[in-house]
Design a binder for this molecule. Structure first.
Ligand SMILES: [Fe+2]
Length: 213
């Protein structure tokens, strides 16, 4: 008998998931796309402040563009590793259902949100460092406001944790994990590709998952 901790927030981070050569090509593609794609530019001007994103105009870059297809495939081993560590039921298939690119300008920030119905979401950082804005993971007990009674090394000490970003690093989590992005305090643009993956099971595994719910 003793301490039981329920409801952890699972976050998975992995560096160097794609090659430097691939990353340079991807950065060049995104910068050029941000200069010429009118639909993405228009949506970004209306809804994305000074930054650029294809979120409102094209979330299927993994279907249309070879570099993003390669990235989606390249992320799958990390997602498998993440699921294994979480003791998830092994899916028959892990597949990308959404992928979009963003350029976040100096002083920009991104408000708290989740990615509904996504088994694994996150961002692959194309060009990023901690000065350009880390990702914040928020306490699922909204407004708990009791952190003051815990020591700093307690898992309950803070209601927000920052995970440092870095170029060629991926940070991922189940879509229900509440997160936001810290303000970009540098004078450089942070560039990233965000994604949603879903899973498919065969009949027996799906039944097992259903009965576990
Ligand atoms: Fe997000």
């Amino acid at each position: 008998m003793g301490l039981i901790l329920f409801y952890p927030s699972p976050i998975f981070e992995k560096e160097d998931v794609m090659s430097e050569e691939f990353n340079q090509k991807l950065e060049k593609w995104i910068v050029e796309y941000s200069e010429k794609d009118e639909a993405a530019k228009n949506w970004s001007q209306k809804f994305y402040g000074t930054g650029f994103t294809s979120f409102g105009s094209n979330q299927t870059l993994h279907k249309n563009e070879p570099l993003f297809q390669e990235l989606a495939q390249g992320l799958i081993p990390s997602i498998k590793e993440f699921f294994q560590e979480l003791k998830a039921v092994e899916p028959k298939e892990i597949y990308c259902v959404g992928m979009w690119c963003s350029i976040n300008k100096p002083k920009s920030m991104h408000p708290r949100h989740i990615h509904p119905m996504s088994a694994c979401s996150g961002t692959y950082y194309v060009n990023a460092d901690p000065e350009m804005g880390n990702i914040f993971i928020h306490d699922p007990y909204d407004n708990r406001q009791m952190g003051i009674i815990f020591k700093p090394d307690s898992p309950l000490a803070f209601d927000t944790y920052a995970v440092p970003v870095k170029s060629r690093k991926v940070i991922m989590f189940p879509g229900w994990v509440s997160h936001s992005v810290q303000q970009n305090m540098s004078d450089k643009d942070r560039i990233g590709v965000s994604f949603n993956f879903q899973v498919r099971y065969d009949g027996s595994q799906a039944q097992q998952t259903q009965s576990d719910l």
